[in-house]
Structure formats: structure tokens, C-alpha cells
Design a protein around this ligand. Structure first.
Ligand code: SAM
Length: 270
């Protein structure tokens, strides 16, 4: 049932395709992987390929996505939900979005998964950057497009793609954002590696995720979310540090050490 719903979403996204070419992309490593991946299909229309993906576990097109988007967009409400439901403080996540404000003119941002565009709050309408907002869910991308239009953020492009196989050339972005998505995928290490592949040497990765070694309450909620398909494999703090290191993200910070964390680091120059 879910698979059918998501396949439908993938089909519906075609008329909304953003046809602006991906920077420097001919056929990327991500696309090569896509073409050989049995679970994923790509509509091949040149470098601006929009990836149509079916993922039976992505519930963000439905009520879950609507409710999530409502509260995550309202920081005081998200802080309340975080505190009362999860026992976490989400303010560091919102604060970390300031990384966008520090970008030089001409920089490129990849925000994956962008969801409804929660990080757009840190983008100014007159900021001369290329902002590529990527998500698997066409419904979430629709929200992101409406939010960008409402804030007159004409530099935002939306791309439907799987974070495990991004349709961008290596070293495309100066900044990659990955908020609250790595705990949603079956293979977070592969997602970190794929996102890091798209970062320029010296580029910054900033994001947040739930980890498995938080409080008892958090572990219980994650376990329940995994049963319902809202959470993927997740991992521990040590896992996250390992994924970042193996992906070439150096000087990584993970704060707080456990539970719901904000991580950041820079792609090495090797
Ligand atoms: C909890 S939301 C987070 C969105 C946003 N970054 C935020 O913090 O509000 C998780 C998002 O991940 C997206 N998603 C799930 N699996 C994905 C995948 N494999 N590739 C890209 N996006 C994915 C969902 O569609 C959803 O929008």
C-alpha cells in the first residue's frame, strides 16, 4: 500500500521537474548507482535528471509529514514538542542554520533532505547563492516550493532525489545541510558518504539527527518509529563519528554527544 502510494508520488512529480542543469554534472556517480539500483528508477533527461524513487518507508507525504512540517516550521512549538515528547533541546539545530548566512556570494548549498524547507529561514531573499533543496517526497518538495515562494527566495531550486544516490557531480557544494534525515534512511553511512561526495574540499557539512544511544525515552520512541517506518537504521554517536570520518569529514563535532545531535565538519582536501 505504502509502496503504491510512493510510486504514485514519484510519478506525479514529473510535471514539476526543475530542469536547471546540475552544476558540472554529466553522469554522476550517484546516477551511475541509480541506473544499476533495482529499487530506484531515474527519468533520464540529461544532466538535470530528476530522480524518481519509490521508498515504501517514506511516510512524509501523508499526515505524518503535514504534522511534522507544521511544528518544525514554528521554532517555539518545535522546542516544546522536543522538550515534552522527546526530552531534547532543538534550539542548537535552528542556531546551526546560520551557516547559510556566512556563505560567500556565488556559493552553492545542497539541503538534503530539505523537507518543507525548515532551513530556508536562514536564507535572505537577496543572498547570491545557489540553493538546491532535495527531498524524496514530492509533497515535502511542494511545501518547500510554497515556502520559498512565500519568502521570495528565488534562488531555491527543488530536486526530487534519494540522498543515497544524489544526481550531482562530485564537489558541487560549498555547504551541505542534512537536518533530520539520516535517521530516516536504511543506510545512514551510505547517505553521509553520498552527501560528502557532493561537497567541495573545504566545504562544510551541517546537520542533525537522532541517535540510538540517547535516553530510555528516546530509544523507546525511536524503536516505535522504526516499527511504523518513520525511522530507519539510525546509529550511535560512535557510528556517526565513524561515518563522518570515513566520508572525509574532518574536525567533526557532534553535540551533545548523544540523543538528538547537531553535527558539523569540513570535507578534507585529500
Ligand atoms: C523528518 S523530515 C526532515 C526534513 C527537514 N530537513 C527538516 O528538518 O524539517 C525527513 C525528510 O526526509 C525525507 N526523506 C526520507 N528518505 C529520504 C531519502 N532516501 N532521500 C531523500 N529524502 C528522504 C522525507 O521525505 C522527509 O522530508
Amino acid at each position: 500500500m505504502l509502496r503504491q502510494a510512493n510510486q504514485g508520488a514519484a510519478h506525479r512529480q514529473k510535471p514539476h521537474q526543475d530542469r536547471r542543469p546540475a552544476i558540472g554534472a554529466s553522469i554522476t556517480a550517484g546516477q551511475r548507482r541509480l541506473n544499476s539500483h533495482p529499487r530506484r528508477a531515474s527519468a533520464s533527461r540529461g544532466p538535470a535528471t530528476i530522480t524518481a524513487v519509490s521508498d515504501p518507508k517514506n511516510l512524509c507525504g501523508g499526515t505524518f509529514g503535514a504534522v511534522y512540517d507544521f511544528y518544525i516550521e514554528r521554532e517555539p512549538l518545535a522546542r516544546l514538542v522536543g522538550r515534552t515528547v522527546w526530552g531534547i533541546d532543538v534550539s542548537a539545530m535552528y542556531a546551526s542554520m546560520a551557516a547559510i548566512t556566512q556563505l560567500p556570494e556565488g556559493a552553492t548549498v545542497i539541503d538534503v533532505p530539505c523537507g518543507g524547507g525548515v532551513a530556508f529561514r536562514a536564507l535572505r531573499a537577496d543572498q547570491q547563492v545557489r540553493y538546491i533543496a532535495v527531498d524524496l517526497s514530492e509533497e515535502m518538495l511542494g511545501r518547500a516550493r510554497r515556502r520559498a515562494a512565500g519568502r521570495r527566495l528565488s534562488q531555491v531550486e527543488t530536486v526530487a532525489a534519494d540522498m543515497l544516490a544524489l544526481p550531482f557531480a562530485d564537489a558541487t557544494a560549498d555547504l551541505c545541510l542534512s537536518y533530520n534525515g539520516l535517521h530516516a534512511v536504511p543506510d545512514p553511512e551510505a547517505a553521509v558518504a553520498e552527501i560528502a561526495r557532493c561537497l567541495k574540499p573545504g566545504g562544510e557539512l551541517v546537520g542533525s539527527m537522532f541517535l540510538l544511544d540517547g535516553s530510555l525515552r528516546q530509544r523507546f520512541l525511536i524503536g516505535r518509529g522504526q516499527q511504523r517506518g518513520e525511522f530507519g537504521a539510525c546509529g550511535t554517536s560512535a557510528d556517526l563519528r565513524g561515518w563522518l570520518g570515513r566520508a572525509g569529514i574532518t574536525e567533526a563535532t557532534v553535540e551533545p554527544e548523544r540523543g538528538f545531535v547537531v553535527f558539523r565538519g569540513r570535507k578534507n582536501h585529500l
